[in-house]
Design a protein around this ligand. Sequence first.
Ligand code: FES
Ligand code: FES
Length: 161
Amino acid sequence: MPRITVTVDGVTYEEEVEPRLLLVHLLRDRLGRTGTPIGCDTTNCGACTVMLDGRSAKSCSVLAVQADGCDVLTIEGLAADGRLHPLQTAFHEEHALQCGYCTPGMIMAALDLLKEDPDPSEEAVREGLEGNLCRCTGYCNIVRAVRRGAQAMSGREVSAS
Ligand code: FES
Ligand code: FES
């Protein structure tokens, strides 16, 4: 079996993987990153989104062997020094989740969006997150949370919304 080296949330792993193994299964079943959920079998929902070498990727659409030599960031690597990432805090403060199933993917996709556009309009957030589905909250609070997180990340004053 192919042997790969992958860094996940700052920890480097060497794993033997079947060529057909999906990255999401490597993360969840082998490396214990169950904070990255699987929400569909059609690469449609975005729940499994992680950062792969600094860009968001649906980890159910990537083979583990394709992640050889890559740096993966999951929702579990986002908090630093026991403090939530500003996007995590914003999702909490804006009540941007109910069941929370979509939340890891939403936050990782938002992280990618904010790298490109640190101050996105509501429309830009909606467009940026169009590959991520939420079945329960609706999108208004999620959009507000992303914009609030963007403000916090850039040090701008966080407006009440
Ligand atoms: S589980 Fe990956 S897109 Fe739905
Ligand atoms: S909060 Fe339940 S799917 Fe989004």
